[in-house]
Design a protein around this ligand. Structure first.
Ligand SMILES: Nc1ncnc2c1ncn2[C@@H]1O[C@H](COP(=O)(O)OP(=O)(O)O)[C@@H](O)[C@H]1O
Ligand SMILES: [Mg+2]
Length: 366
C-alpha cells in the first residue's frame, strides 16, 4: 500500500533577499488533515515561508506542491489555500456575515448560496447568531473564530495561520489553543500554523518543524522534539532546560563522562553520541529530570549536594534553583504532589539525575 499523497510538499524551498537567505533549503511534507506547526524565534523566516505557500511571495528556488500540483507561478487566488493573518484583518465596516462571505462574493457565488454557506460555517465554529453583528461587538476569541470561518467557507485544502493568537491575553490564548485544535479536527482540514510560542506548538500539533536562521533543525512529533531534540538549538528552544558547558573526558559506547566547571564529573548516556574525548560539549537537562531529596542519598551517579537559592512557586509548575559547591546553579522542578513545599532559601538539598535524561551536543564553534 502506498501512503496517501501529502496535501503540501515543499522541496528545497529558498528565499533570498539580496545576499540574505531568509528561508534556506526547507523541505517537508504535510499529510492531509494534520496540524503542522513551524516553531522558531522572531526573524527566523516563518512568515516568509508561509507567504511563499500562500503565493504572496515567490521562492528564489525550490518547489512547492499542493495535492501533487506545483504552485510555482500560480497566483494566490488560484491556490487552494487560505490564510489567517497575525492581526486577523477583519473588515471593520462590514458585519460578521459580510466578512465571512467576502471571499465568496469575490468568486461571484450566487447570493442565496453565500447566505447559506456563511450560516453553515458560522454554525460550525459555534457562532450561529452573530451574522448581523459588527466586528467590534465580538470578543477576542469570537473574532478569532470569525477569521477562521472566513477562510474555511472557501473550503481550502490547506489553511495557513500566522501567529493568530499573538494579540490575545494569556488566559484566552490558553483557551484558544484547545479550541483551534478541535476546530481543525472538526473540519479535518490541513493546518500549517506558525508561532514563536513553543507551548502553542506542543499542545496543538501532530508534527512540529523547529526553525532557526531560515532552516529547519528538526521535524518531529511534539514528544520527539521535546524528549529527543536533534540539535542544541532545539534542546534550548523547546521547553525549559538547564544548560552547561563541559568537556568530554571518556567515551565508552554510548556512555560519556564529562568534566564540568562545577567540579564533579558527570555521566551522560547519548544514543548517538558522535562526540570524542577532549571535545567541548553542551549538556541540556530538563528541570523535571532532576530528583530532589532533603537527606543525603549517598554516593550516586550525577548526585550532588547544594543549597536552595530561591523557591519559585507557580502552582503545578513550581521550581527551585539550587546552588552547588562551585557556585553553579541548576533549576529543579518540584513534584506536582506539593512535596517539598516547605523548602526555603538556604536549605541543604541533594540532587541527582539519570544519565539517560540529559542531552549532549558538540559545543558550537567560536
Ligand atoms: N521584503 C524583505 N526584504 C528584506 N528582508 C526581509 C523581507 N521580509 C523579511 N525579511 C527578513 O527576513 C527575515 C525573516 O523574516 P520573517 O519571515 O518575517 O520572520 P518571522 O516571521 O520568523 O519573524 C528577517 O530577518 C527579515 O528582516
Ligand atoms: Mg512572522
Amino acid at each position: 500500500m502506498t501512503a496517501p499523497q501529502p496535501d503540501l510538499v515543499c522541496r528545497d524551498l529558498t528565499k533570498t533577499y539580496d545576499a540574505f537567505r531568509a528561508v534556506d533549503h526547507v523541505s517537508f511534507d504535510v499529510p492531509q488533515g494534520s496540524f503542522f506547526s513551524i516553531l522558531g524565534p522572531s526573524g527566523c523566516g516563518k512568515t516568509t515561508l508561509l507567504r511563499m505557500i500562500a503565493g504572496f511571495q515567490s521562492p528564489t528556488s525550490g518547489d512547492l506542491l499542493i495535492k501533487g500540483k506545483s504552485m510555482i507561478g500560480v497566483p494566490p487566488n488560484k491556490r487552494p489555500v487560505s490564510m489567517v493573518f497575525q492581526h486577523l484583518a477583519l473588515f471593520p465596516t462590514m458585519n460578521i456575515g459580510e466578512n465571512v462571505g467576502f471571499g465568496l462574493r469575490q468568486r461571484r457565488v450566487p447570493k442565496a448560496e453565500i447566505t447559506s454557506r456563511v450560516g453553515q460555517v458560522l454554525d460550525r465554529v459555534g457562532l450561529p447568531d452573530v451574522s448581523a453583528r459588527r466586528v467590534d461587538q465580538l470578543s477576542g476569541g469570537q473574532k478569532q473564530r470569525v477569521a477562521i470561518a472566513r477562510c474555511m467557507v472557501l473550503e481550502p485544502d490547506v489553511l495557513l495561520l500566522d501567529e493568530p493568537l499573538g494579540a490575545l491575553d494569556l488566559k484566552l490564548r490558553e483557551h484558544m489553543k484547545v479550541e483551534l485544535k478541535s476546530l481543525q479536527a472538526a473540519f479535518n482540514t490541513t493546518f500549517v500554523y506558525i508561532t514563536h510560542d513553543q507551548s502553542e506548538a506542543l499542545v496543538m500539533s501532530d508534527n512540529i518543524a523547529v526553525m532557526n536562521n531560515g532552516r529547519f533543525e528538526q521535524i518531529g512529533t511534539p514528544h520527539d522534539v521535546y524528549h529527543a531534540p536533534d540539535t542544541a538549538f532545539v534542546a534550548g528552544f523547546v521547553g525549559d532546560a538547564n544548560k552547561f558547558h563541559a568537556k568530554i573526558s571518556a567515551v565508552n559506547g554510548s556512555q560519556l563522562t564529562l568534566e564540568t566547571p562545577a567540579g564533579e564529573p558527570i555521566k551522560v548516556e547519548a544514543p548517538n553520541p558522535n562526540l570524542s574525548v577532549g571535545q567541548d560539549a553542551v549538556v541540556f537537562l530538563r528541570p523535571e529530570a532532576i530528583a530532589l531529596a532533603t537527606s543525603d542519598i549517598g554516593d550516586t551517579v550525577n548526585g550532588s549536594r547544594g543549597e536552595v537559592e530561591s523557591v519559585l512557586f507557580n502552582g503545578a509548575n513550581s521550581t527551585v534553583t539550587v546552588r552547588g559547591g562551585q557556585g553553579d546553579i541548576i533549576k529543579v522542578a518540584l513534584p506536582q504532589t506539593g512535596d517539598f513545599g516547605t523548602l526555603r532559601k538556604g536549605d541543604t538539598v541533594f540532587t541527582r539525575w539519570d544519565p539517560k535524561k540529559a542531552r549532549c551536543y558538540p559545543a558550537p564553534k567560536g
